[in-house]
Design a protein around this ligand. Sequence first.
Ligand SMILES: [Zn+2]
Ligand SMILES: [Zn+2]
Length: 390
Amino acid sequence: MGTVKNQHYIQEKVLREFADNNQTYEVFLPENKIYKTNISNSMSSKYTYESSRSETNFLEKQFGKMESEYTKKLLELLRSIETLEKDQNILASVLTQIYRLLPSFLIYYYRSGAVLYEIGNHGGNINEDDKIDKVMANIFDSNYINNLSKTIQYNYEVSIIKSSNQGFIISDQFLSTASLNFKSRFINGTNRMIGFRDVIVLIPLSSTYYLVFLNGKPPKYIQSGKICNLLEDEISQVNNVIINNSYVKAVCLKEINLVKSLKNFTHTRPSMTFAKFDSGNHSMTALKKEVFFYERDKSKHDFLQFKIHHDFSKLQFRDECLCGSGKFFGNCCRYHYRTVMKSLKKDPEIYNVKYQYAVERNITDYYGHKQTIESMNAYEHIMKVVTKKL
Ligand SMILES: [Zn+2]
Ligand SMILES: [Zn+2]
């Protein structure tokens, strides 16, 4: 038995790129509190990855082995990016370097604090050992990780965005995702699932650079195939998405950027959806919180949440709107109502990307897995995933 050290759900080597001399700022979202911290204490807690079903520090050791491999490749990529910038600023020559890191990025996503939080807050009671098993089920499923990487590689365009004053935030979910338009309400997924069209995936490289994968219409300051130097206002828009991917913590080298984005943070826990099928069967599903890149899509989603409790179907143009604005329905929620009703009738499959090798698993999907830690050779699985060529 070894001692249990502070276990990071965002690894220290990743945080180092968001720190100056290992010092950085962290926000504790449940209390809107921002403080200076050392990365050795940031995004971590004791016993994060302890399961009574395995040796003490077992998973931490496995992750440790993966980290050095990852860090080497990450630093190589960052060097290439800096060279590219002075040169022709076209990403084509670094695509191989980018794609080979994809499985690692996804593993860091699945070991992140946000995903742990989602599993622990799905509505039912779950013991700590089961929780760890669920997280690990995704990480050690090398087919799944590789297929999800392929889905991104073959359907999403690549871009790199730059904050020249090191202003990017990193979420406790490691990578951040958002939907680039309002699709619908899904019983077992969100608008921002990897594997859907119109989704943006933001991957933290450092406080200066974020790697971006996107399908759909991005804001015009994000151009595919290029390194895009963002203005202050544009960095704020991206940071708003990143902070809203977080549940408990987010980190940034610049305190002011945390202060600014905290004003746009919405406290939302994973939600439950209840579905009743024609067959008579029922299902209860836990959903990640929805994050939309554009305000117009967020307002459609918010309207849909409201509509569930209110019947708009009988309203005429000149009736008073049910939302309480005092305006005519025709001049108020009618447009949202029509869009939302239309979206609910569509087959969800139309939102899939063309070459879909895998789609991001929803929280409840983790519960289908029978694998447990002791049935797997963790190290072999991790290394298989990390070293595999796409
Ligand atoms: Zn209501
Ligand atoms: Zn209204």
